[in-house]
Design a protein. Structure first.
Length: 475
């Protein structure tokens, strides 16, 4: 039985009340300066192939909730799995917050927002819940076979999931939200080994609006297999400094990982050095560089009508015409920094409190034409495509391209492998010398990790970009 049904049954002996009435009354009843209650009911289907084997098929149903309160500027947070426990858990959260307040030096201040009441219904074309498990196994198993049958492919890995969620949220200020959401993703990899060298090719897709985006991906599977096989035979790039042209996917990963995380309010509010480095108004690039994070792109995995604090999301400019103009906030980080909430407070599930997280993080279109326009004057450079992983440490980053080609005298040349890009994000932003006008957004089966909350659904987008003086590791 879902959570809504549980509440109505529980109250039939007195009078039937709605979920809204029940949670709103409880939140206002809390002996705290602020209280919020979240209830979540979700169902997920997932499957995974490893080589020939259908390794895992799973259908799960999860429900539960949390209470979060503020007392004297300190938080209390308690989770539960039974709606009959809410009042008791609320008292526990208040007790915990009071205990913290007796010893705290730093205290939270929540930025003020207008209370909202809203219902967010599904807007889907093909609902994955209406596609049978057998049909899903046939579709994705067929893709796995395409990869396996390609000459030179030695192994494969394919994973798919879809998740339906209904989330109820009420706070003591009068906000009430009833939100439904679908999230879907698929990632497939072909692996090839030759003479001790291993290479991978991948294809991925994701979204919130239409299961049919996963159909008709045969060409992408063939291309992934080809990339793996050719990559195993490619030469290792010679290390050095290069002009690099990044495809929209790798550029999007770069802006998310290297710059987006630095823009999250808690990463700035907790670090005096980063407050100085990321001072609003500082110049970080030429006038054609524009970076933003948005929750408004319906259908993408980063779409979010309201965040997990009940704040309406928006398009938040981070860099505009080369100048730092904003960052990504929860109500707490906005209050601490004297700025406005941006609708970026997100939690992976009811088991965690919301923290500042990205949605769809993008580099906007620029004035430098097409991909061909970016490479035509490059004597010696690298075209880096997709991402095969990487890491960041403050403003330092390293990323490995999923595949790469040399650029010679303005033309694409031979395939190369082991292309790892590294540097300082702020120097790299200043070294962007070209931004094309071919913006493309990417959705995949992956997600963002932070604070033990992984994988959070996000998106990233960009046109092709050109960067000078990039350090690339190699032989």
């Amino acid at each position: 039985m879902n959570l809504h049904g549980r509440i109505l049954v529980r109250t039939l002996s007195t009078k039937a009340i709605t979920m809204k009435e029940f949670l709103t009354a409880l939140a206002k009843k809390a002996d705290a300066d602020y209280c919020e209650i979240r209830l979540e009911d979700s169902m997920q289907t997932s499957l995974a192939y490893l080589g020939e084997d259908l390794e895992n098929v799973q259908e799960s149903h999860m429900y539960g909730g949390n209470v979060r309160v503020v007392v004297d500027g300190c938080w209390g947070f308690v989770t539960f799995n039974n709606v009959d426990e809410i009042e008791r858990r609320m008292r526990e959260a208040v007790t915990n917050a009071r205990a913290a307040a007796r010893h705290a030096k730093d205290r939270s201040v929540l930025a003020q927002v207008q209370p909202v009441e809203a219902t967010v219904k599904l807007n889907v074309r093909t609902d994955p819940r209406k596609v049978s498990l057998d049909d899903k196994i046939a579709l994705f198993g067929g893709y796995n076979q395409i990869l396996l049958r390609h000459p030179g492919v030695t192994s494969t890995n394919l994973r798919y999931f879809d998740k339906y969620s209904r989330i109820y949220f009420a706070n003591s200020e009068g906000t009430w939200l009833d939100r439904e959401a679908i999230d879907m993703g698929m990632g497939a990899s072909a692996i090839s080994r030759k003479d001790g060298t291993t290479a991978r090719g991948s294809a991925s897709q994701g979204g919130r609006a239409d299961f049919d985006i996963f159909r008709g991906m045969e060409a992408e599977m063939h291309e992934a297999a080809k990339t793996a096989v050719e990559g195993a035979s490619a030469s290792v790039i010679e290390g050095g400094n290069y002009t690099v042209v990044c495809d929209p996917n790798l550029a999007g990963v770069f802006v998310h990982e290297a710059f987006g995380h630095l823009s999250e309010g808690d990463n700035v509010a907790d670090d005096p050095r980063m407050q100085e480095v990321l001072k609003l108004g500082r110049k970080f690039g030429d006038g054609y560089l524009n970076i933003y994070d948005t929750g408004l792109d319906e259908g993408l995995r980063g779409y979010l009508a309201y965040d997990d604090e009940g704040v309406k999301t928006e398009k938040t400019w981070l860099i505009r015409e080369g100048e730092l103009v904003g960052r990504l906030h929860s109500r707490e980080t906005a209050g601490r920094m004297g700025e406005k909430p941006t609708g970026n407070a997100r939690a992976i599930s009811y088991k965690f409190p919301p923290i500042p997280r990205m949605r769809n993080t993008c580099i906007g279109n620029g004035p430098h034409g097409s991909f061909d326009d970016l490479i035509k004057d490059v004597k010696l450079g690298v075209y880096a495509i997709d991402s095969a992983g990487g890491q960041t440490n403050g403003e330092l980053f390293t990323f490995t391209a999923g595949e790469a080609f040399m650029i010679r005298n303005g033309k694409l040349a031979e395939r190369v492998r082991d292309v790892t890009l590294g540097g300082n994000v702020f120097d790299t932003l200043r070294n962007i010398t070209g931004v094309a006008g071919d913006y493309n957004v990417h959705d995949s089966a992956g997600g963002c990790g932070k604070g033990g909350q992984m994988p959070l659904p996000v998106s990233h987008g960009s046109p092709h970009i050109k960067i000078k003086d990039v350090v690339i590791g190699g032989r």
